[in-house]
Design a binder for this molecule. Structure first.
Ligand SMILES: Nc1ncnc2c1ncn2[C@@H]1O[C@H](COP(=O)(O)OP(=O)(O)OP(=O)(O)O)[C@@H](O)[C@H]1O
Length: 250
């Protein structure tokens, strides 16, 4: 059984004193996301305000929303990288996150060494890693670059390696941020195909993206975040239609 449940998640980013200058603007819509002290100085930014989210086996969920609506913050909470201020996070299953392109990658080590390191970290034996190595190498299409240190790779090449490793070692829950769409067109198509088959292996995908075509290709459900709250949650077509309509009116 793989599932994740978030209940009433609140998360504020505290502001350091040096970044907390400026006075509260009366009637400013944006100010509802900023917490001020009694002197009118900004003290924190409200990123998530009462998020409830349950995702079950086989669901591929997209998070959409305006810049600053809380998508990345929510992914960090799901990946266990940021503890919420209040609320509960319950996760059944092994989580792999591809949020930060450099997270979990040793830049001085070669691509092949990174395959070994990530495989061991995911709990696989050296023999199991050896059996999967060709599949990862082929999917990444990095060829001889796998013998060079990762610090010599472009951002797209790092992404190919991270994605190939993460999806070949099939985690039960995969958390992805926008950077997937930085890949070139042919890799994006391959990645989308893999993500569709991925969840048939009883896995969950949560993907934050501004790319509506990618979401339509990959996801089975869309959660629309607005100022740190869930504004709509449901069927891909229904939520994307409402979201696009609201964007057009804004
Ligand atoms: N390190 C930080 N310190 C203070 N506030 C932050 C920090 N990171 C994010 N925020 C604030 O938290 C809110 C949510 O940001 P988040 O990055 O989660 O949004 P997002 O939906 O991923 O945006 P985008 O689409 O632009 O990537 C925003 O109002 C942002 O200003």
């Amino acid at each position: 059984m793989v599932r994740l449940d978030l209940t009433n998640i609140h998360l504020n980013y505290p502001l350091l004193a040096r970044s907390a200058s400026g006075m509260k603007a009366e009637g400013d819509v944006e100010s509802s996301r900023i917490v001020y002290d009694k002197n009118g100085r900004p003290r924190a930014v409200r990123a998530l305000s009462g998020i409830d989210l349950s995702v079950g086996t086989g669901e591929r969920v997209a998070l959409v929303g305006h810049n600053g609506s809380g998508k990345t913050t929510l992914l960090h909470v799901l990946a266990g990288l940021l503890p919420p201020d209040t609320g509960t996070v319950s996760i059944e299953g092994q989580v792999t996150s591809l949020i930060n392109i450099n997270l979990g990658i040793q830049a001085q080590a070669t691509g092949h060494a990174n395959i070994t390191l990530r495989g061991l970290a995911a709990g696989f034996s050296r023999k199991q890693i050896a059996e999967k190595r060709d599949a990862i190498a082929n999917f990444s299409e990095l060829g001889p670059f796998l013998d060079l240190p990762v610090e010599t790779y472009s951002a797209g090449m790092r992404m190919r390696l991270s994605f190939a490793i993460a999806t070949t070692f099939t985690p039960e829950i995969l958390i992805l941020d926008e950077w997937l769409s930085t890949g070139d067109a042919s890799f994006r198509q391959k990645a989308a195909d893999r993500m569709r088959t991925f969840s048939q292996a009883a896995s969950i995908i949560v993907l934050a993206s501004h790319s509506l075509p990618l979401i339509e290709q990959v996801c089975s459900r869309v959660v629309w975040l607005d100022s740190g709250r869930v504004r709509m949650d449901g069927d891909v077509a229904a939520v994307l239609d409402a979201y696009q309509e609201a964007m057009a009116e804004a």
